[in-house]
Design a protein around this ligand. Sequence first.
Ligand code: FMN
Length: 185
Amino acid sequence: MRILVVYDSMYGNTARVAGAIAEALRASDEVRLLPVAEATPAALAEVRLLVVGSPTQRFRPMPAVARLVRSLPANSLDGVRVAAFDTRLAIADVHNAVLSFFVRILGASAFAARHIERALTRAGGRPAAASEGFLVDGPEGPLRAGELERAARWALLAAASARGAAGGAEQAPRVAPPPRAHPQT
Ligand SMILES: Cc1cc2nc3c(=O)[nH]c(=O)nc-3n(C[C@H](O)[C@H](O)[C@H](O)COP(=O)(O)O)c2cc1C
């Protein structure tokens, strides 16, 4: 199965997640890993599974990722299974009142992955896994312990779903939530 993983990254954390995803999938599939600057709408449509990831910045994907997924013509992802991810701050542990407020109001739409997923499904893609966020402990990272492994598990679920027969967004599998940094709080 041909798989494309496209990502953007400012500080390197999302790039590491994308790398872990590509590596996990390479065991059984033909995987290309592309920074967003090298990805074209045509390349996105040529695969069976398309994985797109971005850091969450100001509740949104990075501009280059948003531009790319929004530029996809209608129906161009017909027959493509899609999976969107982001990296994001661990809101529960960050104690940032503004961030917490918007996350409460906007829910999943406060994060990049949901916006990416929406654009991909608008272009005809069908989710192979529920969109997912992987946690960083500060704006520049590091990634929380265990997140690369969780990303690999999420990607394997998406690949299994894409390899299988039918299944729409409502059946897209979900990976276990991340661990809390301070479970006692
Ligand atoms: C300008 C800026 C805005 C950010 N806004 C958000 C935000 O709205 N929500 C969030 O969870 N994290 C936010 N973050 C933290 C980023 O998600 C974090 O920097 C990113 O996950 C790191 O990924 P990268 O190393 O691939 O750039 C922001 C970071 C920056 C620099």
